[in-house]
Design a protein around this ligand. Structure first.
Ligand code: LLP
Length: 413
């Protein structure tokens, strides 16, 4: 569900024709719909209203300050994976006691920053990390609140690069070692154990793996309780899938249904860490067709957005719908939609049937709100795109386009 729709042949974001956005801010341009974000907050956070819970938005999906501000205004917290994300979350006004910190490679400086800030929990992913946290907290005369991220060895049935809860993945602590680390942590003077955590993968279309993972966590909670350790939180991570093409993603209530029955037996507060499901369909990437060329076997639609703006197609072979900003009656053709970058891997779509655009036309690359801007780069010295937020009939630039000076600003001769 999103607020990008046609009216009289023109594609609108809420009440604003996308053509106007392109004219005012140029292309490539990320366009976000506030109504869509708000709707997703209500449906996702609301699906868990039956239980005491905290929704921690996964900042890696899109770290734009204006979007973080909307999410925190609705009471959401943040799931972070770096000192940079912690900095952004705090700057956006997300209270530290609503921030959880995952990641297999937290540095001493990052751990110290998290402890100074007073975050809710560090989701610890190894015994070595636990010892580092205990040492750093000791030096600071603090007690560090920790949860352990457990690797449940559950198959999320998603892209191999976005599976995180299988034994062969680098994430978490094997569930067979969980009791050992909880015992070890309970004997440490600068650690307070607060919870247990898992994140099994991203873009899940089948929600049944959540049931498996939650049941495993709940079993561990009981065993940990027998050691005399009471847990406050069960964090089940993020990963709910969205619609990019013809997949039929589950409703957030189906997600909740997989988690809540097992969880209720524990009395723990639930933490969820959705990213893509909150923001993915709330954003598009607007691009202009520069040239069209054919070489006898293929037609290439060359646009001004590239893999540095939206890396997902190149990296995962991901599908993003491509819609004309002005609906045409042009015949459909099979084309490759490609960017200007010097790599054959620089494509937005391959062998895609689209209404044939003309040079100068605008195209909307759909579902680009999550893992679009946040995975963008300056490859080929391309300045990053601008970002605008639309709220009904108003447009606000929430990220200016980078300049050539920005490209060299950090460097010295
Ligand atoms: N929690 C943790 C610990 C995570 O690692 C992630 C995503 C999330 C929550 C949020 O997952 P979501 O609800 O957004 O699925 N770049 C890939 C996605 C990588 C996801 C990494 N972790 C893509 O473009 O599909």
């Amino acid at each position: 569900m999103h607020w990008f729709q046609y009216e009289d042949g023109r594609l609108l974001c809420e009440d604003v024709p996308l053509q106007n956005a392109a004219e005012e801010y140029g292309t490539p341009l990320f366009v976000y719909s506030q109504a869509t974000i708000e709707r997703h907050i209500h449906t996702i956070d609301g699906a868990f209203n039956d239980v005491d819970h905290l929704t921690c938005y996964s900042v890696k999906a899109n770290a734009n300050r204006a979007l973080l501000k909307i999410l925190t205004d609705y009471g959401l917290g943040a799931d972070i994976v770096s000192g940079g994300e912690l900095f952004r979350a705090l700057r956006a006004g997300i209270p530290a006691n609503r921030i959880v910190y995952s990641g297999v490679g937290k540095t001493d400086q990052e751990i110290q920053f998290a402890l100074e800030s007073g975050i809710l929990a560090l989701n610890v992913e190894s015994e070595s990390e636990l010892r580092a946290i205990n040492r750093i907290a000791g030096n600071m005369n603090k007690k560090a609140p920790v949860s352990f991220r457990i690797n449940p060895d559950v198959d999320p049935k998603t892209h191999p690069y976005t599976s995180t809860g299988l034994k062969k993945n680098k994430f978490g602590i094997p569930h067979s070692e969980a009791l050992k680390v909880y015992k070890e942590a309970s004997a440490m003077s600068n650690i307070t154990i607060v919870g247990i955590d898992a994140h099994i993968g991203s873009q899940l279309i089948d929600v049944s793996p959540y049931r498996e993972a939650t049941e495993l966590l709940v079993k561990l909670v009981n065993e940990i309780c027998e050691l005399g350790i009471d847990l406050k939180f069960i964090d089940i991570g993020g990963g709910l899938g969205i619609k990019y093409g013809d997949e039929e993603p589950p409703d957030p209530s189906q997600w909740a249904h997989m988690i809540i029955p097992a969880l209720k037996k524990t009395g723990c507060k639930l933490i969820i860490e959705p990213g893509r499901s909150l923001i993915g369909n709330a954003g598009i990437l607007l691009t202009r067709v520069l040239y069209i060329k054919t070489n006898g076997i293929k037609t290439f639609v060359i646009v001004d957005a590239a893999m540095n703006d939206l890396f997902r197609p190149s990296l995962y072979g991901s599908y993003h719908d491509i819609l004309p900003v002005t609906d045409t009656n042009e015949e459909k053709q099979i084309v490759d939609v490609v960017g200007p970058i010097c790599e054959s891997g620089d494509f937005i779509a391959k062998d895609r049937i689209i209404s044939m655009p003309k040079e100068g036309d605008l195209l909307a690359i759909m579902s680009a709100g999550a893992y679009g801007m946040s995975m963008s780069s300056n490859y080929n010295s391309r300045p990053r795109a601008a970002e605008v937020l639309i709220n009904r009939d108003t447009m606000k630039m929430v990220g200016r386009r980078e300049t050539y000076d920005d490209l060299i600003g950090r460097e010295t001769d």
